[in-house]
Design a protein around this ligand. Structure first.
Ligand SMILES: C=C(O[C@@H]1C=C(C(=O)O)C=C[C@H]1O)C(=O)O
Length: 196
């Protein structure tokens, strides 16, 4: 009886080992196929999305007299981000700083596209999107970005933040096939992410 019990314990242990091994195998395979995004990777991805949306902003404004710089709208974007940060229980001041950079990055793209379109009008987009609709999209990305910043709190304060952020930035560039302009803008969007 005692021996049987030992045997069944051994059998259970063996089964558990097999399951664990199988689990590890599945886990490793999944990790290779689709690595789980780190919190800073999400910050970089959303920032990349935001600089890509700048193309639509530029297309909406170009030739309409709407200025690239819209300080009233910028104030709303920053106030929203601060409010969302406070609601999530994080310090709104560094979030506002990150959003100021995000806005500058967006304008880097807009200015570059304006210059391209001025130089070669055949490149001007033929369809003009609605600025109001694009701003709703920017609001959505912005809200997700504040959440990602909140989720990245530990990484943001870690000594490895700059290294992790560089890796995340290069990864986002690759994932979203950013061209040189949008990669330059992405770099402009992120310098305030890691805490001093
Ligand atoms: C994107 C726009 O252009 C600029 C960039 C902004 C942003 O990145 O949120 C906000 C206002 C503008 O200065 C816009 O007008 O909506």
């Amino acid at each position: 009886m005692l021996i049987n019990a030992k045997r069944s314990t051994a059998a259970a242990a063996g089964a558990a080992l097999l399951l664990t091994t199988a689990g590890i195998g599945i886990g490793a395979g999944t990790a290779v196929a689709a690595p789980r995004a780190t919190p800073l990777a999400t910050v970089a991805e959303l920032s990349a999305q935001r600089v890509e949306v700048a193309d639509q902003v530029a297309a909406a404004k170009y030739g309409t007299g709407s200025p690239i710089d819209d300080p009233a709208r910028e104030a709303i974007v920053i106030a929203d981000a601060e409010q969302q940060a406070t609601a999530l229980g994080i310090d709104p001041a560094p979030v506002a700083k990150i959003f100021r950079d995000q806005i500058e990055a967006n304008k880097v793209v807009q200015r570059a596209l304006y210059a391209e379109w001025d130089a070669d009008p055949s490149l001007i987009p033929t369809t003009k999107p609605s600025l109001a609709t694009i701003r709703v999209e920017l609001n959505t990305i912005g809200a997700e970005l504040v959440q990602a910043i909140a989720a990245a709190e530990t990484s943001i304060h870690a000594p490895s933040c700059e290294g992790q952020l560089t890796a995340a930035t290069v990864h986002a560039r690759h994932e979203q096939s950013l061209d040189a302009l949008h990669y330059a803008a992405l770099l402009r969007a992120l310098p305030s992410v890691c805490a001093d």
